[in-house]
Design a protein around this ligand. Structure first.
Ligand SMILES: *[C@@H]1O[C@H](CO)[C@@H](O)[C@H](O)[C@H]1NC(C)=O
Ligand SMILES: *[C@@H]1O[C@H](CO)[C@@H](O)[C@H](O)[C@H]1NC(C)=O
Ligand SMILES: *[C@@H]1O[C@H](CO)[C@@H](O)[C@H](O)[C@H]1NC(C)=O
Ligand SMILES: *[C@@H]1O[C@H](CO)[C@@H](O)[C@H](O)[C@H]1NC(C)=O
Ligand SMILES: *[C@@H]1O[C@H](CO)[C@@H](O)[C@H](O)[C@H]1NC(C)=O
Ligand SMILES: *[C@@H]1O[C@H](CO)[C@@H](O)[C@H](O)[C@H]1NC(C)=O
Length: 452
């Protein structure tokens, strides 16, 4: 008899026993079942009776991917039927787990996927900008994202805002400038894969160098889901809305010195590429005590069985007290292990490769999403999830948190460090399976271990 059939029969037997047991009678029946099981030759340990049916044995793989040429349809096994009406096949091809969800999905967690491709882009002379906030993704209450491109020399003008600003450089290099509340200044050229951070309200500017003739592109994160990049406070906008008499009095100048200031904001505009080694004017107060940039690209990632991870939070990038990041790679066939973040929301950004993620929200609610490069994901605080590579190339993505620390709880580590008999009574798995659980976080786990 196959293990599966045996399990089914046991389940039927156990459930009929459970049904027949009066309240309070369960423990004695469990004991007698345990005794029976303990004398059997099965490698399965003694177990109490299940109180619910077994979970389905369907592996619930994603049903198609970029390399499959099939016509995507809302069909999984005997469930579903083809679409007869109009179909946006390009979108359906990218979202196998939305069109034909795993049978383990139930209910909805809200939309946890937003491709920057669907964000309205604002075109300027010198670059462009597009954003995602709670307007696009109502679930993403704790953080908002902006994707900005500046041509060589182009400037995102001197400005400030109520929220902190964190950035990851996607291409080229970006020169940043800032002056803090005590008159301490800062200038740095931030390279591809490196970070910057400005505390709330601190003025700054961003400018593309000519290190790459294309200029630069970066991802900005703000720890507020309703942040809107159109609502920042800009130097030119302010002065265009200040009486010139006041401007001249403030700077103790002649009013004619201010004849040519812009009559409206510049926001993004062309400029002369700055030298990489540009120094700020010497400040009598010195430079900021904690650097506003961090060479994340130079951090050597930790290798795991299925990929790599590296982290930058305020323990290493001290000024970054409101944003933490993990940059993860996942090899084909591997996955970022099942885990959650105890007190932090996660704003995810996919850089390379394709992935699927199931978000578990409790109360039986779970929903699976598929991601491509340029897509944003969002996982609310404490919701369980994994990130599986669904392609044949390396998957690389950022996990970004509204926190001063990176923290996660690993399902495998949790179960490895809990008394095994307790785990067994929940999951009815063998002693050897439990013994194989890794007491150290797997982080990114490779394909199945060879059987021992
Ligand atoms: C499994 O482990 C428990 C103790 O945790 C032990 O009592 C039991 O005999 C073991 N079963 C097998 C099949 O090794
Ligand atoms: C793509 O999906 C097909 C099944 O539709 C599967 O056989 C193949 O292994 C998948 N390729 C990758 C790279 O996941
Ligand atoms: C990997 O995927 C690409 C296209 O997505 C395909 O051309 C290539 O054949 C695939 N390689 C393997 C080994 O499956
Ligand atoms: C500049 O961008 C174009 C695409 O817009 C790309 O083909 C080219 O390789 C880029 N150059 C560099 C130096 O990255
Ligand atoms: C950052 O903080 C750590 C302590 O958490 C300290 O050891 C380190 O010197 C600080 N680095 C900088 C650049 O201030
Ligand atoms: C457990 O995971 C760590 C990585 O976190 C890895 O170095 C180690 O080899 C793993 N141990 C086993 C037994 O798989």
């Amino acid at each position: 008899m196959s293990t599966f059939l045996a399990s089914v029969l046991c389940a039927i037997l156990y459930s009929s026993l459970v049904t027949a047991i009066p309240v309070g009678g369960l423990s004695s029946v469990s004991t007698s079942l345990s005794q029976t099981a303990a004398t059997s030759t099965s490698s399965n340990p003694s177990l109490p009776s299940p109180t619910v049916p077994y979970a389905s044995d369907d592996p619930n793989y994603w049903l198609w991917n970029d390399t499959t040429t099939i016509d995507p349809q809302p069909e999984r096994g005997t469930l579903g039927a083809s679409i007869l009406g109009p179909q946006n096949e390009q979108i359906d091809k990218q979202n196998p787990d939305i069109l034909a969800p795993p049978t383990t999905d139930s209910g909805t967690v809200g939309n946890a996927k937003w491709p920057f491709s669907l964000s309205k882009i604002q075109l300027n002379t010198g670059g462009w900008v597009r954003q995602q906030n709670i307007q696009q993704m109502p679930i993403a209450t704790a953080m908002a994202g902006v994707n900005m491109r500046l041509e060589s020399g182009a400037i995102r003008e001197l400005h400030w805002h109520q929220t902190a600003e964190w950035a990851y450089v996607l291409e080229g290099s970006t020169q940043i400038t800032s002056v803090d509340q005590d008159g301490r200044n800062y200038v740095a050229t931030v390279q591809k894969g490196d970070l910057w951070y400005f505390p709330p309200g601190i003025p700054h500017s961003l400018q593309a160098t000519n290190d790459n003739p294309n200029g630069t592109e970066f991802l900005l994160i703000f720890p507020d889901g309703s942040f809107n990049d159109d609502d920042t406070l800009l130097l030119t906008d302010w002065l265009a809305h200040t009486p010139k008499e006041v401007i001249a009095k403030n700077f103790q100048d002649d009013i004619t010195d201010w004849d040519d200031i812009p009559g409206s904001q510049l926001y993004i505009f062309p400029g002369v590429p700055p030298p990489d080694n540009q120094q700020p004017p010497t400040s009598p107060e010195g430079t900021v005590p904690q650097p506003f940039s961090y060479e994340f690209s130079k951090v050597v990632p930790t290798q795991y069985s299925g990929g790599t991870a590296k982290i930058a939070d305020s323990t290493v990038f001290n000024v970054s007290t409101q944003i933490a990041v993990a940059e993860i790679t996942v090899e084909p066939g591997a996955m970022r292990e099942i885990h959650w973040h105890p007190t932090e929301n996660e704003w995810g950004f996919f850089l390379e490769g394709t992935a699927r993620v199931t978000i578990f929200a409790g109360t039986g609610i779970a929903q699976t999403f598929d991601y491509q490069p340029g897509d944003i994901s969002y996982v609310p605080t404490a919701y369980g999830h994994y990130v599986e590579n669904t392609g044949n190339t390396t998957l690389r993505f950022l996990e970004i948190f509204n926190s001063n620390r990176f923290e996660d709880v690993s399902l495998a580590q949790w179960l490895a460090l809990t008394p095994p008999t307790l785990v067994q009574q929940h999951l009815q798995i063998s002693n050897s399976t439990i013994a194989g659980f890794n007491k150290t976080k797997g982080v990114v786990v490779g394909p199945r271990k060879s059987s021992s």
